[in-house]
Design a protein around this ligand. Structure first.
Ligand SMILES: Nc1ncnc2c1ncn2[C@@H]1O[C@H](COP(=O)(O)OP(=O)(O)OP(=O)(O)O)[C@@H](O)[C@H]1O
Ligand SMILES: [Mg+2]
Length: 405
């Protein structure tokens, strides 16, 4: 089997998917903007061939070049696991006539307004929302929807331009900040806790499912630098608290015509116990969520995804053994990391439950916490008992402090 895989080297976890594809017997034809010479040897070992394109985000150009490159060779799959590439993959599938989700289906996972319309049309609960293109349209939408509301780009990622707006005055200041955004979604603010619903699907049905709890909600984590954001996969998916969210998630997959592959949905659980749709992508969650899911079940979803999309099979165990927590750290101060307080003590107390420690070492420059949730690094730990996993994660969040200057 021959698969074209878009962006096999960046983001870095794409290298793992490339490996997964090779491990299930697929010849991987990678397409990226990284020069061949700069590809890691470990990645090259899993590539049958590689096409360097000048501008990976130039959809028309990539489609034309890949089409010319593969001329005369049968293509069985065109795949992408990076949000900005999923539509390009769909266009290539249509061009080559290979099986997989259509451009129209993928649009339902990419366009935040369209996805809400399709999900709502299936009778599911979504925030009331309107697509706005101008200040005037935004003001009119705010009148309709009422405060507090959320303003965010239609095709956003990373909460970069997501704003909570509480009144008319805030609307005006927020609109000024969003002038560079072409199309925005103006929507009802949903109060409540926020979770993910993640799957690996075969023919639109989850062969693997996951729920993770955001602590706190991403919008709060991303507007307060002092917070160490925590995300914990929930071991017990059968608990009543999650039932409505999981049912919502499955119904959303049907409503949007999911095919094969990863999905990553976000949903709210309101104080009244209602599950409300947030958004969904037909790709895995970022910021090491796939690693967390792997640690939850002791499996390799990089390979299992490949098996699902290429062979319509999922062979790994779905038994959930742990609640796996990730704790992202942000250093105090600017510049380079100068010291990490509390890590040694934390390791002594809880090291047994830690599965990864990837804090930036002393001497390295800080990352931009607004650009990457991973910030100045992370710790991952796991425990079979939810309360214990939660407690240890909160200890890591409060007791470990990084400094920079
Ligand atoms: N209607 C809403 N009500 C309440 N909170 C919201 C709403 N829409 C978005 N948020 C908050 O803003 C965050 C970012 O919004 P959203 O997920 O739609 O944007 P994004 O740019 O795709 O972010 P990411 O890439 O981090 O998922 C959400 O995780 C949630 O915390
Ligand atoms: Mg989101």
């Amino acid at each position: 089997m021959r698969a074209v895989f878009l962006a096999p080297s960046y983001p870095p976890e794409m290298q793992q998917y490339t490996r997964g594809l090779a491990e299930v017997g697929v010849d991987v034809y990678g397409v990226g903007d990284t020069p061949v010479g700069a590809l890691p040897g470990s990645l090259k070992a899993h590539l049958a061939d590689y096409l360097q394109v000048p501008r990976l985000l130039d959809d028309d150009d990539v489609v034309a070049r890949v089409h010319a490159w593969m001329r005369g060779r049968a293509v069985d799959r065109v795949l992408a696991n990076w949000e900005v590439m999923v539509l390009t993959a769909a266009r290539l599938r249509e061009r080559f006539g290979v099986p997989g989700m259509s451009v129209d289906a993928v649009n339902g996972f990419r366009d935040k307004q369209l996805m809400k319309e399709r999900v709502a049309a299936a009778g599911l609960r979504v925030p009331r929302a309107e697509r706005v293109r101008t200040m005037t349209e935004a003001r009119a939408a705010a009148e309709q929807i009422g405060y507090p509301l959320i303003l965010k780009p239609i095709a956003g990622a990373g909460s970069a331009d997501t704003h909570k707006v509480n009144d008319d005055a805030e609307l005006e200041t927020t609109l000024k900040k969003m002038l560079h955004v072409g199309e925005a979604s103006c929507e009802e603010f949903i109060e409540g806790e926020e979770f993910t619903f993640d799957t690996v699907c075969v023919d639109g049905k989850p062969a693997f499912m996951n729920v993770a709890h955001y602590l706190p909600k991403p919008l709060i984590a991303r507007t307060n630098e002092w917070i160490s954001p925590v995300i914990i996969t929930v071991r017990d998916l059968a608990q009543p608290k999650l039932a409505k969210g999981i049912a919502l998630g499955k119904a959303v997959l049907d409503a949007l015509g999911m095919g094969d592959g990863f999905t990553h949905m976000e949903w709210f659980l309101t104080p009244k116990g209602e599950a409300v749709f947030g958004e969904i992508g037909c790709r895995p969650g970022g910021a090491h969520l796939v690693d967390q899911m792997n640690y939850t079940c002791d499996i390799d979803l990089f390979r299992e995804w490949a098996r699902a999309v290429c062979h319509h099979e999922f062979k790994a165990s779905t038994e959930r053994k742990y609640n796996a927590a990730i704790i992202f750290k942000r250093a105090k101060g600017r510049g380079r990391i100068t010291r990490i307080d509390g890590l040694h003590e934390f390791m002594q107390r809880r090291g047994w439950h830690m599965v990864e420690q990837r804090l930036l070492p002393v001497g390295t420059p800080r990352r931009d916490w607004k650009q990457t949730l991973v910030s100045d690094g992370y710790i991952m730990l796991r425990h079979p008992d939810w309360d214990t996993a939660y407690q240890y994660a909160m200890e890591a969040a409060t007791d470990i402090t990084m400094y920079a200057e």
